[in-house]
Design a protein around this ligand. Structure first.
Ligand code: DXP
Ligand SMILES: NCC(=O)COP(=O)(O)O
Length: 237
C-alpha cells in the first residue's frame, strides 16, 4: 500500500494573502484526513510565507494519521521538530530563499551533518527521511546516515512523463530498488499530479508514500477537496 500525504502549504499561502484565518489550515488538515488522506505534510520555510511555526505546533494534536514535516535542518527547524515530534521529518537541502525544492541532497558531501541530525530525530522517536535524486550511490550513502527512508525528488519524472513515460520512470525504478536493497523505505514527491501519479505508482516497487500539495490543492478548486483527494487515492490502488 502506498500512502497519500497531503501537503497543505498552499492552503496557508491562500490564508496568508489576507492576514486572517480563511481558509483555516487546521480545519483543512482535519478534513483532508476525513476525506481519506493517510498523512499531512507541511514544509515550513524560514520566511514563513506559507506554513508558520505556530501552524506546525497547532497541527500536531489535530493530525491523527501521519504528520510529516519537511525542511532544511537549521537550528530553528530542529528546535521545532524536536518539540513537535511528528511521525516523520524529511530533510531537504533548500536554501532559505528557495522558491520551491529543486534538488535532493548530495549525501556524501553532508554525511557528518546528516548522520548527526538523523541521530537526534531517532533519539525522540521520529522517523527520518532524506530528500534525494535517483543516483543509487547517493541512496546508498543515505542509508549510511542511519535514515529510515528516502524521498525521491520527482520533478524530473513529472517533466519527462508527457513525452516519454517509460524513460521518465526508469531511473526511479532503479532508485527504489537500490533504496530497498539498502534497507530504506521509499517516499516520493514534487509535481506529482492526476496525470502522472497512476503510472508512477504502477511502475515503482516499494513505494511507501507520496506527498502531494500543489496539484491537489489546484485540482480542489475545480473538483472540491474531497473529490480531489479521492481521485488521488484512486491512482494509488
Ligand atoms: C520537498 C518538496 O518537494 C516539497 O516540500 C516542496 O518543496 C513543497 O514546497 P513549497 O510548497 O514551498 O513549494
Ligand atoms: N514532498 C513533496 C511535497 O510535499 C509536495 O510537493 P508538490 O506536490 O507541492 O510539488
Amino acid at each position: 500500500m502506498t500512502n497519500l500525504s497531503v501537503n497543505i502549504n498552499k492552503v496557508a499561502t491562500l490564508r496568508n494573502a489576507r492576514g486572517e484565518n480563511t481558509p483555516d489550515v487546521e480545519r483543512v488538515a482535519v478534513d483532508c484526513e476525513r476525506f481519506g488522506a493517510d498523512g499531512i505534510t507541511v514544509h515550513p520555510r524560514p520566511d514563513e510565507r506559507h506554513i508558520r511555526h505556530d501552524d506546525v505546533i497547532a497541527l500536531r494534536p489535530l493530525v491523527k494519521t501521519e504528520f510529516n514535516i519537511e525542511g532544511y535542518p537549521s537550528d530553528d527547524f530542529m528546535r521545532l521538530v524536536l518539540m513537535v515530534r511528528p511521525e516523520q521529518v524529511t530533510l531537504v537541502p533548500d536554501a532559505p530563499d528557495a522558491i520551491t525544492s529543486s534538488a535532493g541532497w548530495d549525501v556524501a558531501a553532508h554525511m557528518e551533518m546528516l548522520t548527526s541530525i538523523v541521530d537526534r530525530l531517532h533519539e525522540v522517536g521520529v522517523r527520518a527521511s532524506i530528500f534525494v535524486g535517483t543516483d543509487p550511490a547517493n541512496i546508498k550513502a543515505a542509508a549510511a546516515t542511519g535514515a529510515d527512508r528516502v524521498e525521491l525528488y520527482t520533478k524530473p519524472y513529472a517533466d519527462m512523463y508527457p513525452s516519454d513515460p517509460e524513460a521518465a520512470v526508469a531511473p526511479y525504478v532503479e532508485a527504489s530498488m537500490a533504496a530497498h536493497k539498502a534497507g530504506l523505505g521509499v517516499n516520493a514527491g514534487h509535481d506529482l499530479n492526476l496525470e502522472n501519479l497512476k503510472f508512477f505508482h504502477e511502475r515503482l516497487p516499494y513505494l511507501n508514500e507520496v506527498s502531494i500539495g500543489h496539484a491537489i490543492i489546484s485540482d480542489a478548486l475545480y473538483l472540491g477537496l474531497e473529490a480531489a483527494i479521492r481521485q488521488y487515492k484512486a491512482c494509488l490502488q
